[in-house]
Design a protein around this ligand. Structure first.
Ligand SMILES: [Zn+2]
Length: 251
């Protein structure tokens, strides 16, 4: 009996190995499994034990179509390359990068495309320490119009930090953290497509922070991102320290 179990386990392991070797389809990966895969990938990255990569083989495997198992919205900062820090290859992550990892209609459209047409069930909004966009927004002053149009999306989190009287030492980190939560709310609030998928249980948004000093990605507790399910909107918050709504900012 014990031998049969061993044989079965061996077969399962071999199947898993073969599947991985062939790039596998990632279509249908649940958002819960996607989070596990990303965490495992980052763990390999920070322990310098990356998986073996076969980029050209992956090019071949994915030429006919893509089934990325996760969408990552993150900053353009050159220190935050998602495929590397999640130890991933071609065709696995649908990545959207913009300074300050903000949500705008164009970026939201990209997210909707991946969620609705490519079957990605997870969006990770990934902020990072020492974010230049957040620092620029905090510094204030006059910015050229195109940069200003980015910074205005970070302003609500700065307003929140001020209203909560966050001290100077923790101010930037607070804004970086709250900006991730704010963009998650904005994404869900402004997208009927994402709301519907989330309602069906086939879409979820998680927040995470990348530490540029040690390579580690920390996922935020799920209870912090519950508004991603659409039941709570920024403009409907009645708590004393509620943030400015994305809609107000877009005026
Ligand atoms: Zn940044």
């Amino acid at each position: 009996m014990r031998n049969i179990s061993k044989v079965l386990v061996l077969h399962i392991l071999m199947l898993g190995f073969l599947f991985a070797q062939h790039g596998s389809t990632t279509d249908g990966v649940s958002w819960q499994d996607a989070i596990v895969k990303l965490k495992e990938g980052n763990s390999r990255f920070i322990t310098s034990s990356p998986s073996e990569k076969h980029y050209l083989k992956d090019v071949e495997t994915t030429a006919g179509g893509q089934h990325p198992y996760a969408i990552v919205l993150t900053c353009s900062d050159s220190r935050v390359p998602p495929e590397i820090l999640f130890d991933e290859s071609i065709g696995r992550l649908f990545i959207i990068r913009v300074a300050g990892n903000i949500v705008t209609p164009e970026l939201l459209g990209s997210i909707e495309y991946a969620a609705e047409h490519l079957g990605s069930q997870l969006l990770v909004v990934l902020g990072h320490t020492k974010c230049g966009a957040v620092n620029a927004a905090i510094a204030g002053g006059e910015a050229p119009p195109n940069i200003a149009s980015i910074l205005k999306h970070i302003q609500p989190s700065i307003n929140l930090a001020k209203s909560e009287k966050i001290d100077a030492e923790h101010f930037t980190d607070f804004v970086i953290h709250r900006n991730v939560l704010y963009q998650i709310k904005a994404a869900m609030q402004e997208s009927d497509v994402l709301k519907e998928l989330a309602h069906k249980g086939t879409f979820h948004i998680s927040g995470a922070l990348y530490n540029v000093s040690n390579g580690e990605v920390s996922f935020m507790p799920e209870e912090q991102t519950t508004p991603t399910h659409g039941e709570e909107k920024p403009h409907s918050e009645t708590k004393p320290h509620s943030e400015t709504t994305p809609k107000e900012e877009h005026k």
